[in-house]
Design a protein around this ligand. Structure first.
Ligand code: ADP
Length: 773
């Protein structure tokens, strides 16, 4: 039988079974040949041809091995797949086509298969790695099926190159992984929704950013979470192929978060319509935008409502921007001036100044300069603008020169009016001062007449009654004179016209003389009056002794006035000293009525008195202390009071004086007193009296005549000049204000004539001095 099968070509299984059964019964060889073998051989040849054609045409590699794995058939596709020609592999073990690490596994497979004893003709499919003749590897899908050929077992393996499929699968897997990573790990919220808007999938950010667990969203409609106010816009946008939304999404905690989303519909592999929506939480940006917008609105409203005009000029002076306030300030609409060169509207007199400033400013970015100029209003009037220009040419946004201008026309007008008013007020003050000076002159002249005449009358024999009347008249006139002197001083101080003298004087002697004048009054009231100058206080001072005397006279006078019992003490101490100056501290204390604490501040103000009833009782104008404190201030010191009602007062003042250097000290009489010549009254003089007031003419003549002098009277300067030409006088007493020619003019004319006549020696010792009332 073995022989038979060797002779026979391979025959199908069913034919063998038939043959095995027939061989035992059919014995006749010729019959066997004719009836069975020959037809079978023909049939087998046809089958083989078909099988070979199939093997040759197959796209997959087909390898047939025996049960030991030795290759029996290797089709052309297998040749292409593995690079071996068939004749080089036939008879070799199939593990030739398998790389070493997999060889054993492959052998194990066959062994396992054979030992399992199963012969199932089952097709086993697995993926393996093959090795080509050139050593390169190839991924294969291997389908192996077994078949029997007699008692032999054959394995038919179909090998398919799956490298490309593998690659595609890998690429897909990678891509899917990448997208999954992207969807999961970014700052955006990514979701898939179905056509009805229900969530199909959400990424983690819905949890981390909006607080929802996926199962709280999946299956629910996304629209439920959107702010109802934003829904109409969201739905309208959803119609577009690619939708972009901005809306508020409800956080799980109930707060609204601004979202910016992009949505794109797609059709899934299984043909389902869905959409991917990628959203970003832009709440922070929205907040920043809101802050920016409100800040921008704030500044815009500031710029638009400012009274100032803000203009940005280009490098060439053309305006690029005008704030809307231009209409308020200059009457133009914002774009009305835009095309013009701004400088053309500047007043011709100011133009050069403004252009020059602009030209200089433009050179140096960052500089600021201010200028005042006139600009033409739309109504044709000129407005005065005060501008600050800042060169912001280098600024990336502004890129120009910014002018901030303010209309100061009204302010300038007001200033001009104020200046006029001030000048008018000053003129009025000057007029008032002059009036006061004139008035006091006019009042003092007749008052001097009254006092002088009263004194003359008192020198004549009088009845006691007449004397009493005249003395009262003189006392009243003296009081009136004091009041007038105070008013004149005060008006001079107010007008800033009171200047202090700087002459040398002896402190102690001067104080003594001043106090002597008051001693009688103190004595009359039974008050003690003492003066103490501390040791070491310098005596030879430089200052205004008259004004110092006035202060002391006033304070001691007040002390006497307001003291009924006790004493008045004057004390002088040194407060400080330098080489050339000394500051002295004067105290005038009394044991009088004192001043209540609440009045101590006001008594130094003009026209203020401590107590109305006292003032009526003691008289006075309320000007004395005001004048004193001003005089003390002019002397570089201050005046203050320490007092207690009912226990007396102490008035203090400080004042600075120059100290005379030892060499410059001269006898006090030489400085303060009259020249020695006038003191020698041994020789009667012929005096020319130039005075227009008849009472004064009479009074002075009488006084001089009483002392044995001869007096010639001239009614004005011109008469005096004429008389002095005819007669040689020993002394000229010249009034200042006189009709026709005043005293100064007349004196100057006399001096000129003296020089031209060379008569100087003749009248060298005669003084022509104005006689002031
Ligand atoms: P008057 O001319 O009224 O005295 P003064 O300016 O000299 O003006 O003084 C103002 C007021 O200060 C006085 O009216 C008085 O009330 C108060 N006064 C000044 N000196 C004294 C003093 N020695 N004792 C008490 N009161 C005084």
């Amino acid at each position: 039988m073995v022989l038979l099968w060797v002779l026979l070509p391979p025959v199908p299984e069913w034919a063998r079974t038939v043959l095995d059964a027939s061989l035992l019964t059919l014995v006749s060889a010729p019959i066997l040949w004719r009836v069975i073998i020959r037809p079978l051989r023909l049939l087998a040849a046809t089958e083989r041809g078909r099988a070979e054609a199939v093997l040759a045409a197959a796209a997959d590699g087909i390898i047939i091995t025996d049960e030991k794995g030795l290759i029996e058939s290797f089709n052309p596709a297998a040749e292409r797949l593995f690079g071996y020609p068939a004749h080089e592999v036939l008879g070799y073990n199939v593990n030739l086509l398998i790389p070493s690490p997999h060889k054993e596994a492959h052998d194990g497979y066959i062994a396992k298969y054979l030992h399992s004893g199963e012969r199932r003709g089952v097709c086993l499919r697995r993926e393996v790695i093959g090795q080509r003749q050139d050593g390169t590897l190839v991924a294969l899908e291997l389908s192996v099926s077994d078949s029997r050929s007699g008692d032999r077992c054959l394995f038919t393996a179909i090998a398919r190159d799956i490298a490309e499929r593998k690659h595609t699968e890998e690429v897909l897997r990678e891509s899917e992984e990448r997208y999954r990573m992207l969807a999961e790990n970014n700052y955006d919220l990514v979701c898939q929704i179905d056509v009805a808007g229900r969530y199909l999938w959400v990424n983690n950010n819905y949890t981390t950013m909006l607080g929802y667990q996926p199962d709280e969203l999946l299956g629910r409609n996304a629209l439920e979470f959107i702010n109802p106010d934003d829904l109409p816009a969201v739905l309208a946008e959803a119609q577009k192929p690619v939708a972009r939304w901005e809306y508020r999404f409800r956080h799980r905690d109930g707060s609204w978060h601004w979202m910016e989303s992009v949505g794109k519909p797609y059709r899934s592999a299984v043909g389902q319509d869905a959409a991917v929506i990628i959203s970003r939480d832009v709440s922070e940006r929205k907040r920043t935008e809101d802050v920016l917008r409100s800040s921008e609105e704030h500044f815009r409203s500031l710029v638009e409502n400012t009274r100032d005009l803000i203009v940005i000029l280009n490098r060439d002076g053309t305006p690029r921007y005008h704030s809307p306030s231009i209409e308020r300030v200059l009457g133009y609409k914002p774009d009305e001036l835009n095309a013009q060169n701004t400088f053309e509207w500047v007043h011709p007199d100011d133009r050069a100044k403004v252009v020059d400033l602009f030209a200089r400013g433009i050179q140096t970015p960052g500089t600021t300069a201010s200028v005042e100029y006139r600009f033409r209003h739309k109504d044709g009037s000129w407005r005065v603008l005060e501008a600050i220009g800042t060169n912001l040419i280098d600024h990336p946004v502004v890129a120009g020169v910014v002018f901030n201008s303010r209309d100061i026309t009204e302010r300038r007008q007001m200033e001009a009016e104020l200046e006029q008013a001030k000048e008018a007020a000053e003129a009025a003050t000057r007029a008032k001062s002059e009036f006061l000076a004139n008035m006091s002159h006019e009042i003092r002249t007749p008052l001097n007449g009254v006092i002088g005449m009263t004194e003359l009358a008192l020198d004549t024999p009088l009845s006691p009654e007449q004397r009493e009347y005249l003395e009262m008249a003189k006392s009243s006139a003296d009081t009136l004179m004091t009041v007038i002197n105070d008013i004149l001083d005060f008006s001079k101080i107010e007008a800033g016209k009171l200047d202090l003298e700087q002459v040398g004087f002896g402190l102690r002697a001067y104080l003594g003389r001043t106090l002597k004048m008051l001693a009688v009054r103190a004595q009359q009231k039974g008050l003690g009056l003492g003066c103490q100058v501390a040791l070491g206080v310098p005596d030879d001072l430089v200052g205004d002794p008259g004004r110092l005397g006035q202060i002391v006279f006033n304070l001691v006078g007040n002390a006497i006035k307001f003291t009924e019992r006790g004493e008045i003490a004057v004390r002088v101490e040194e407060e400080g000293r330098t080489d050339t100056a000394v500051c002295l501290h004067f105290t005038v204390s009394d044991t009088g009525v004192g001043i209540p604490a609440d009045k101590q501040g006001v008594i130094f103000k003009a026209f203020e008195q401590g107590d109305g009833s006292m003032a009526r009782r003691y008289g006075g104008t309320g000007l004395g202390l005001a004048i004193c404190s001003n005089l003390v201030r002019l002397m570089g010191g201050r005046l203050w009071v320490e007092s207690e009602a009912g226990r007396g007062s102490a008035f203090h003042f400080t004042a600075s004086f120059g100290v005379q250097p030892a060499a410059a000290r001269a006898p006090a009489a030489a400085v303060c007193g009259l020249p020695p010549a006038t003191r020698q009254r041994t020789r009667p003089l012929h005096v020319l009296l130039a005075e227009d007031n008849v009472v004064n003419q009479r009074l002075v003549s009488r006084l001089l005549e009483k002392r044995g002098h001869t007096v010639t009277v001239a009614g004005n300067g011109r008469e005096a000049l004429a008389l002095s030409e005819q007669i040689s006088f020993d002394l000229v007493l010249m009034d200042v204000q006189m009709p026709e020619m005043d005293g100064c003019e007349a004196t100057a004319a006399i001096r000129r004539r003296e020089q031209s006549d060379d008569r100087q020696s003749e009248i060298r010792n005669r003084a022509a001095c104005p006689l002031l009332p």
